[in-house]
Design a protein around this ligand. Structure first.
Ligand SMILES: [Zn+2]
Length: 109
């Protein structure tokens, strides 16, 4: 069962609300039980946000690899492929970061 602190939005998992909010210190009474639908949305958002963060992580690795490839400068065709990978990785990273920001704004966090 999930409980949300109505003061700060902290989400607690357990049979009961915590004695005290670990974030803002509000008492147990400040917590509200989330409906099954709302809880499912939070669990799905958790996984989705993890996936976005993994994409950001891998995109940064691709960017670093592409940069190394550009610096090795073997031939123009090769450098061109690395340049494209470098730019595409940037787009992937920023797109997922922007989506995470949207989730946070909608309370999908
Ligand atoms: Zn709180």
């Amino acid at each position: 069962m999930l409980w949300v602190c109505t003061v700060c939005g902290y989400v607690h998992e357990g049979e009961e609300a915590p004695e005290k909010c670990p974030k803002c210190g509000s008492p147990k009474e400040a917590f509200e039980a989330l409906s099954e639908d709302a809880a499912k949305k939070i669990y799905d958002s958790d996984r989705t946000n993890d996936i976005h963060m993994a994409i950001v992580h891998y995109a940064m690795k691709i960017k670093a690899l592409a940069k190394e490839g550009i610096e090795l400068n073997l031939d123009t065709g090769c450098v061109d492929v690395f340049r494209k990978a470098h730019d595409e990785a940037w787009v992937m990273k920023q797109r997922s970061k922007a989506e995470i920001e949207t989730h946070v704004g909608k309370g999908k966090w």
